[in-house]
Design a protein around this ligand. Sequence first.
Ligand code: PL3
Ligand code: FE2
Ligand code: FE2
Length: 231
Amino acid sequence: MSQSQTGFTLDFHSDTYRDSFSRINAIVIVGEQEAHDNFIGLTKLLPEHTAALTRLGKMEFRHRKSFEACGRNLAVIPDLRFAEQFFAELHQAFQSAIAHHQTAACLLIQALIIECFAIAAYNTYIPVADDFARRVTESVVADEYEHLNFGEIWLKANFAAVKEELEATNGQVLPIIWRMLNQVELDAKGIGMNKQSLIEEFIVRYGEALSQIGFSTREILRLTSQGLQSA
Ligand code: PL3
Ligand code: FE2
Ligand code: FE2
């Protein structure tokens, strides 16, 4: 038992907790698999970074394995079909960017948006996780900062040339992220997480990343609030 962010007591072995966890656990398993596939896919657009991208992809595959162990530890069967639908729109957005050889769009989606989403989710989850999952998630989140950093370095170096592509991609993808947050709200609550904290942490992390690569404060406010009314 432990205290949730919404005031009630968590019983990790209850049916209601495990029901929510079956979808949340599947989301992170499929999310880590998507991240793996995206980094490996990026080697085609950035062949000079093949070694680095392959290493990041392998880390993502280990994350998948680690989160599978978290589900097994609570005797939960992840609902992978639900999670694949959850990621469908974001998956499409990345596939279309890669098909059009839009390196900046791909890096914005994977290394900035998805990594910031993961960092926000994992940091919000850690205080309410069971002991096993907390240790796993702490070690995973440490890796995610490195993935974010890879994207920041490339986008910063190419900022002037890709600024418009980044703005267009942000406008297309952020509304997808807000819809995903709405879809996960009840299950996140079911494992003791608060949606508002998740949104705030995402905006802080993503805003910092945009600042790193060269956007001004005014531009960041416009970019991070894009489509937020719907969340
Ligand atoms: C990047 O390396 C992996 C991307 C994973 C995306 C995760 C999104 C999570 C959404 C909300 C669920 C919160 C729960 C976290 C608990 C383990
Ligand atoms: Fe990961
Ligand atoms: Fe990652």
